[in-house]
Design a protein around this ligand. Sequence first.
Ligand SMILES: [Fe+2]
Length: 275
Amino acid sequence: MDKEVKEFEPRLIKEDDIYGEKAGYRLNLLRPNVYQFYSRTAGCHVFLIIGDELNVLIDTGIITKFNSFNYLLTTEVGLKVEDIDLVINTHEHFDHISSNAYFHCPIAAHRWAAVKIQHSDELITKGKKWGVDLTDLRINLWLEDRNIIDLGNMFLKVVETPGHTSGCICLYEPYKNYLFSGDTLFKGAISNIYESGSISEYIDSLEILNTLKLECFYPSHGRSVFGLDLVAQEIANSIEVAKMELNSFINKVRSKPLDKARPPPSLYNREEEDL
Ligand SMILES: [Fe+2]
């Protein structure tokens, strides 16, 4: 682990459980200037990075937890929503973008996520299915692989990681060697593959992550992983499991007689309740 991580143990700052049922965020300080709004129930974790030049928020989280986010931001971090300079969405799913409307700073996402968010593509974003209105959201900065955001005291490098959806990215700090892994890399589990995603692209994305020097990663759901060896092990396991899933699918398809093959129905022609 790098010097900074060795000298700094992540710690809980405050748990917002005023409404009970673990409905609020748990605020953790992961490392100097990096906060995690940890979601134990519905929704994703939200990360705040306080830079010398920019304060960046990674994902805005589920809308039902915005009050909890705002409470912890103001009372514990000492910032206001207006102090956030840039929001980056790791992908286009509703639980990562549904509080976007509360932020008036520029909002960034990969271009394949941006186009789906701006077209309110329900099949992909899943907002309506989960009772969240995602119309009229805009993405101001359309990102691509290897874009770099300079926060002053640290960098975030965009790593395209399609698979879970087509618009997934991870954000890599190339000098301190940590990664915000979105819904691409988790501890102890592989990602689900949703509409617009692809398991073969997912395997390729994991193999790209495997080329990075990674001392820890912070996923959008579940626990973070610390240590070069443990991170490498998680990536290797994920690649292995994803390859097994792909092979079992291929074998299933190949076992069907050719005369049963027919074009799949368009996903967009499904009945609404299927979405
Ligand atoms: Fe997702």
